[in-house]
Design a protein around this ligand. Structure first.
Ligand code: SF4
Ligand code: SF4
Length: 283
């Protein structure tokens, strides 16, 4: 049995908001019988693009994370709905617009905050994966169709094939710890959930100061090697994907032409930009 999955590459989302806007265009003012009542013009973000800034000057980057109903296979909203929320055989979760009237408790059942309360209609609502269009033969939902960077992709395959793809492409759901078996997967999610350590390395020798390319940069926590990289042609390095609570760490920088240098840092809650490291060679 093939089921729908949405794959979002966080590295390719530039916050153009097309996906958000087509969701508005599709649902605001439109009563799609059996699938969804009209979305209000204001207040709802069925596709909600979150932003996170990492780093400090001069190395700062912003990551955008489109979020929406994850169409979970083990969905708390389906359990709470008690017949008002349907899990279809193609994986899509639909909040039934007739059966869910007055059920504000369904909003609270979603641990992702993906359900919005329509005050006027007294109805919980969420992104339907554009099920009404897919049922008419569309090959993908409108958010995918409208994404100019190809950051979003929808595929309908078996769960076994999806598991193989997720493993090969390093795809992960937004909150693995919630264990609801989401059908929305992210690539490069570390850009939103993890930290980086970055800096630049200069070397002085014979009265000349220049970038040190190819230096080995090792990040250690006590006796454990966390990650290793090399400086680029500009002497810069970046180690990404670090947990926010690594604590006391050491950066060891080594290069054949310079003595090895170690720097102590603290990784706690925010990315770390190391002050320019200067290696002193023989004059
Ligand atoms: S349309 Fe694509 S690039 Fe634009 S905000 Fe949505 S996911 Fe990001
Ligand atoms: S993300 Fe929330 S609303 Fe969507 S299926 Fe999962 S629990 Fe239900």
């Amino acid at each position: 049995m093939s089921k729908w999955n949405l794959i979002i590459d966080v590295a390719d989302c530039h916050n153009c908001n097309n996906c958000f806007l087509v969701c508005k265009d599709e649902y605001v003012g439109n009563d799609i019988k059996g699938y969804c009542a009209p979305q209000p013009l204001h207040g709802h973000k069925w596709i909600n693009i979150l932003a996170k800034e990492r780093g400090q000057y001069p190395m700062v980057e912003t990551t955008y994370l489109p979020t929406m109903c994850n169409h979970c296979d083990d969905a708390p909203c389906v359990k709470a709905g008690d017949g008002a929320v349907e899990k279809r055989s193609d994986g899509i979760v639909i909040i039934n617009p007739d059966k869910a009237i007055g059920r504000q408790d369904i909003v609270e059942s979603c641990p992702y905050g993906a359900i919005w309360w329509n005050d006027e209609l007294s109805l919980p609502q969420a992104w339907t994966f554009d099920a009404h269009l897919l049922d008419r033969g569309w090959k993908e939902p409108r958010c995918v169709q409208s994404c100019p960077t190809g950051a979003m992709n929808a595929i309908k395959i078996s769960d076994e094939m999806m598991a193989v793809l997720a493993s090969a492409e390093k795809l992960e759901p937004i909150r693995n710890d919630l264990d609801t078996k989401p059908r929305v997967y992210y690539k490069n999610l570390h850009r939103f959930t993890k930290l980086f350590v970055a800096g630049e390395v200069l070397g002085t020798a014979g009265g000349v100061t220049d970038c040190v390319a190819g230096a080995r940069v090792e990040l250690r926590s006590a006796e454990t090697e966390l990650s290793v990289t090399r400086t680029d042609p500009f002497g810069e390095f970046k180690i990404d994907g670090m947990d926010p609570d690594c604590g006391a760490c050491t950066i060891k920088i080594s290069h054949d032409n310079f003595p090895t240098k170690s720097i102590k840092i603290q990784i706690k809650g925010d990315s770390v930009i190391v002050k320019t490291v200067i290696l002193k060679g023989k004059s």
